[in-house]
Design a protein around this ligand. Structure first.
Ligand SMILES: Cc1ncc(C[n+]2csc(CCOP(=O)(O)OP(=O)(O)O)c2C)c(N)n1
Ligand SMILES: [Mg+2]
Length: 884
């Protein structure tokens, strides 16, 4: 900053600086800071316009004099770390030599090894720690290093390492990245889709506060760590929730950004400085920022930040230049970095070129990293980010260190292996090294004892995933009696039915407290606002104001023990809360059941990647796509009307998706889901679409419960079956009206079925078919669809408020010709009636399609179809809703 203004009175400047020096010497940092802040405030209140600056100089935040004593044995730790580096590299190299193209990453962990090792040896609390285990989001591409340590600790065998990225090997393998689904005893968090780790970590840390705020779990000193790439920070999700973390004063949250200044293709910010940019973003958002840029070798040069010459040079340098110094030698650095002025050159004249070349960076210096961690875990009031400068591909030399190709380096050749061995002083002979063997310290070695002891003292190995949660007693279905009995002559929507259900459920003495209603600013849309009063909205601050509606019974009630997570307009954050709650059984040993309701269009479409990660992490809970259905949500138009979320849900393996028509279906499905999650410990997510069309809900027919769960149940059978209608969700009403018209206008009796889940029917049919294929010649199994429909080879007309592909999922398994009516095309704002006509899914189209289907079967004359067109005023030249 200073150099931007001309110093018109250097003497005066000097005097000011001397006073600050005196203050520092006499009273220390706190007092000096106070004095400076007071001065700034005074100047500002007297009209001085001070420029806003979120940056500090491009040097370490913690000065050498503020560093604590390093608590470990540096030599032993170096030996251990070198072997961990080696095994991680060897794992990827071997995998790619044996199976070219199998992939993996060497350079990411090579840059991050010190960040992890210092924390493993001194910081991370393990599962048996009296304060509980820390939760760690490991950077996805660093997985080989984490496996390598687990191997040294004796948790994995050489055969596991050998089968890295070959999970389908007979004797087991290791997943490419952290995937809970694939290694459920090991990985806690799925992080490899970049940007999801940071936002999930923030909401995880907040969820810990929520649990203690509600008195469900006691407050603890557990921390959430998220290890992230500097390139990854460009993802909108990565920085998108920073202010939540500071607003909530999440001092249980620590981000460690591995600032190797490179991403996959090249520099993250060639023309500026990513560390400074991130510092600005985090400081601006209220985080505690600790920069660890330079290693101890630089301490003397930077001289407690007082070497103006070097500070100014560091200010002007860009990341592109810093990267160049990594691949060039000391002479180059002297000429290009220090050579900009004779005075600056003088500051390094006592150092040789080799020494200049080897000046270590902060993220490779254990003392600097330990100091940063130590400050981070003891910091109050705010979350901390450690911005650690490292070198991508550290130690790979010509094979990729700092090179633009480094991210994709998958194997080392023989010379490169020898270089790596020498670089880290490993004891392999040439012949040995060239085979890239895995190495493990013997049990009686100093290294093994040390690394075990460090972990034992900290509470055991990490990552470790367990489930110590107790089962919850799910109440009997009868608590939802009012839904089972139907709404009588009251017209209600499925959304209203759901709100009743959640109201009843939260009152249950066994399970009520474990329900976590989550909502992104849409409670009033769904009629959930009465729950504000009943359950309260969670707020770590309680309610510091008198709400505008405090005179009303159902006011906006925030409370420290509030049960609702009202996330604001933030679907990504809300899913992150869903994930935190849905994995609580494992991460906190307490089963919590999230019910996350949102505008269905902004669910899968906007946040499927996070939902997919939830599936990976074996989250359990309910997703509720509110006001769904492309024609049922009528006035809102193209970007609101969801007609395709069921396709995404169907493709997510552990999601069971239902589109429901009546309250008793909702009660049945949610009750069944809770039993699966809370009593049978199934890792499953339910997706229910709910609508806002009001109609009468009938009472539950006899003996349909199992069929509702399986996806199909009968509404009406006929004496002589000629055609069957399948209705689903809100379009059940149109189907029932169509059946009436068929009878009244054409004397045709249609069989009527209600499809609660096309995707569940399809899964069952496919699984049955697969079994029958593999057991050809045996007595075939029959799917639920076959059991329901197989006896009658008549045409089927299926109708849903979703694209045709949703109902077409079961087409191949339904006997007879199959006709799907659906809502393909962009939505429109209009009345429900007009929309259903536009998308050709209304009662008249259903009748028309049915008549034509029967004509094709020669069951009636084609002229009747023509008559029907006229009668119902159907225009043969109407443009298609897909193209118009
Ligand atoms: C959402 C997403 N987009 C792209 C990728 C592919 N990808 C994997 S690693 C990588 C570069 C990572 O750079 P950085 O975050 O700086 O991590 P580093 O390896 O440098 O530590 C990319 C683009 C991904 N995994 N996730
Ligand atoms: Mg990077």
């Amino acid at each position: 900053m200073a150099e931007k203004y001309k110093d018109i009175d250097p003497q005066e400047t000097k005097e000011w600086i001397e006073s600050i020096e005196d203050a520092l010497e006499e009273h220390g940092y706190e007092r000096t800071r106070y004095l400076l802040e007071t001065l700034i405030e005074y100047a500002q209140s007297n009209g001085a316009r001070l420029p806003f600056n979120t940056n500090t100089p491009f040097v370490n935040t913690i000065l050498p004099g503020q560093q604590p004593q390093y608590p470990g044995d540096r030599d032993l730790e170096r030996n251990i770390k070198s072997i961990i580096r080696w095994n991680a590299m060897a794992m990827v190299t071997k995998a790619n030599k044996e199976t070219p193209g199998i992939g993996g990453h060497i350079s990411t962990f090579a840059s991050a090894a010190t960040l992890y090792e210092v924390a493993f040896n001194h910081i991370f609390k393990g599962p048996d720690h009296p304060e509980g285990s820390d939760l760690i989001f490991f950077q996805g591409h660093a997985s080989p290093g984490i496996y390598s340590r687990a191997y040294l600790e004796g948790r994995l065998d050489a055969k596991h390492l050998h089968n890295f990225r070959r999970e389908l090997s007979e004797d087991g393998g290791l997943s490419s990245y952290p995937h809970t689904y694939l290694m459920p005893d090991f990985w806690q968090f799925a992080t490899v889709s970049m940007g999801l780790g940071p936002i999930m970590a923030i909401y995880q840390a907040r969820f810990m506060r929520y649990l203690s705020g509600r008195g469900i779990n006691k407050a603890s000193k557990r921390k959430v760590f998220a290890f992230l790439g500097d390139g990854e920070m460009d993802e909108p999700e990565a920085l998108g929730a920073l202010t939540l973390a500071s607003r909530e004063k999440l001092n249980n949250l620590i981000f460690v950004v591995n600032c190797n200044l490179q991403r996959l293709d090249g520099p993250v910010r060639g023309n500026s400085k990513v560390i400074q940019e991130l510092e600005g973003a985090f400081r601006g958002a209220g985080w505690n920022v600790i920069k660890v840029i330079w290693g101890s070798d630089w301490d003397e040069l930077i001289e407690n930040h007082s070497n103006e010459l070097i500070l100014n040079r560091l200010e002007e340098i860009v990341d592109g230049d810093l990267l160049k110094y990594i691949v060039e030698d000391g002479a180059y650095i002297r000429k290009h970095f220090f050579g900009t002025s004779p005075e600056l050159l003088k500051t390094v004249e006592h150092l040789s070129d080799k020494q200049l070349e080897r000046m270590r960076l902060g993220g490779h210096d254990p003392e600097k990293m330990y100091a940063a961690y130590n400050e981070a875990i003891n910091h109050n009031d705010a979350p901390t980010v450690i911005l650690a400068r490292t070198i991508k591909g550290y130690g790979l030399g010509e094979a990729g260190e700092g090179r633009n190709i480094t991210h994709n380096q998958k194997k080392l050749n023989e010379n490169e292996l020898l270089y790596f061995r020498d670089r880290f002083n490993l004891k392999f002979t040439d012949d040995e090294a060239m085979k890239a063997p895995f190495y493990r310290f013997k049990k009686n070695s100093k290294e093994y004892k040390y690394l075990k002891k460090q972990r034992d003292d900290l509470g055991g190995s990490l990552p470790t995933r367990t489930d110590k949660s107790k089962n919850l007693k799910v109440p009997d279905l009868s608590i939802f009696k009012e839904l089972i009995d139907g709404s009588g002559d009251r017209k209600i929507s499925t959304t209203m039915a759901y709100v009743r259900l959640i109201t009843l459920l939260t009152k249950d003495k066994n399970i009520g407290q474990h329900i976590v209603p989550i909502i992104p600013d849409e409670a009033r849309t769904f009629g959930m606002d009465p729950l504000f009063r009943q359950l309260g909205i969670y707020s770590s601050a309680g309610q510091l104001y008198d709400p505008v509606d405090s005179d009303q019974f159902l006011y906006y009630r925030e409370a420290k023990n509030g049960q609702i997570l009202e996330e604001g307009i933030n679907e990504a954050g809300a899913v992150s809360s869903f994930i935190a709650a849905g994995t609580s059984y494992s991460n906190h040993g307490i089963k919590m059941i999230p019910f996350y309701i949102y505008y269905s269009m902004f669910g899968f479409q906007r946040t499927w990647d996070l939902i997919w990660a939830a599936g990976d992490m074996r989250a359990r809970g309910f997703l509720l796509g509110g006001t769904a259905g492309r024609t049922t949500l009528n006035g809102e138009g193209l970007q609101h009307q969801d007609g395709h979320s069921h396709l995404a849900a169907a493709a997510t393996p552990n999601i069971k998706a239902y589109d429901l028509a009546y309250g008793y279906e909702i009660a049945t499905i949610i009750h069944h889901g809770m039993i699966e999650m809370c009593e049978k410990n199934k890792d499953v997510i339910y997706y229910l679409t709910l609508e806002n069309e009001n109609y009468e809900h009938p009472p539950m027919p006899e003996k349909v419960q199992n069929d509702i769960i399986k996806g199909l149940y009968k509404i009406k059978s006929t004496d002589k079956p000629t055609v069957r209608l399948l209705g689903s969700g809100p379009l059940m009403g149109e189907v029932l009206e169509a059946a009436k018209l068929l009878k009244e206008d054409w004397d045709i009796e249609a069989g009527i079925w209600n499809v609660t889940s096309f995707s569940e029917l399809r899964r069952d049919a496919e699984e049955t078919e697969r079994w029958n294929l593999l057991h050809s010649g045996g007595k075939p199994h029959r799917s639920h669809l076959e059991k329901c429909l197989s006896t009658h080879n008549v045409p089927t007309i299926a109708v849903s408020d979703y694209v045709k592909m949703v109902s077409e999922q079961i087409g191949p398994y339904v006997p007879g010709k199959y006709y799907a009516l659906g809502t393909d095309g962009f939505g429109r704002s209009d009345t429900r009636e007009n929309l259903r006509k536009f998308f050709e899914v209304d009662r008249y189209y259903i009748v028309f399609t049915t008549l034509r289907a029967l004509a094709i079967e020669n069951e009636l004359d084609i002229n009747i179809v023509k008559q029907a067109m006229k009668k119902y005023d159907l225009d043969p030249e109407k443009p298609s809703p897909i193209t118009v």
